[in-house]
Design a protein around this ligand. Sequence first.
Ligand code: MG
Length: 167
Amino acid sequence: MKIKVGLGYDIHRLIENRPLYLGGILIPFHKGLIGHSDGDCLIHAIVDALLGAMGERDIGQHFSDSDPRNEGRRSTEILDVVSGWLEERGFQVEQIDTVIIAEEPKLNPYVSAMKESLGSRLMISREDIGIKIKTNEGLDAIGRGEAIAAWATVVLNRRGGDKKNDG
Ligand code: MG
């Protein structure tokens, strides 16, 4: 068994009249996150953490914003693709822990649904998923309600352990 750790971060601007997706869940709000995809910064942070733990480059290298196939793409679809790569390479997700930083809306009522959505995609149980909700105490762009950011860490376990022990 070989343990791998990954770290991810993402931030997106909030704009009026756009759906707000976080953790794959549609959250009722008058603003949403702008991005080439659906702007789900929580999933983007998780994807970057997973890619980092696998020794891969970041999400922008794999799902380029100049590629028309990624235009308006749901982030859950990107997570499913990366989840498939984990499976192919013999990695299993042991745990993820995350922080969402948003001044508005109140996100705590949606944490349970986000855990459900992420857990089913990564095939882990809800007690192995952490989602903490913070504000930025009114400071900077996040504090002014102009953006939402997220951090994520992941722990992977590679079946068969080190490469030299594979096969
Ligand atoms: Mg992003």
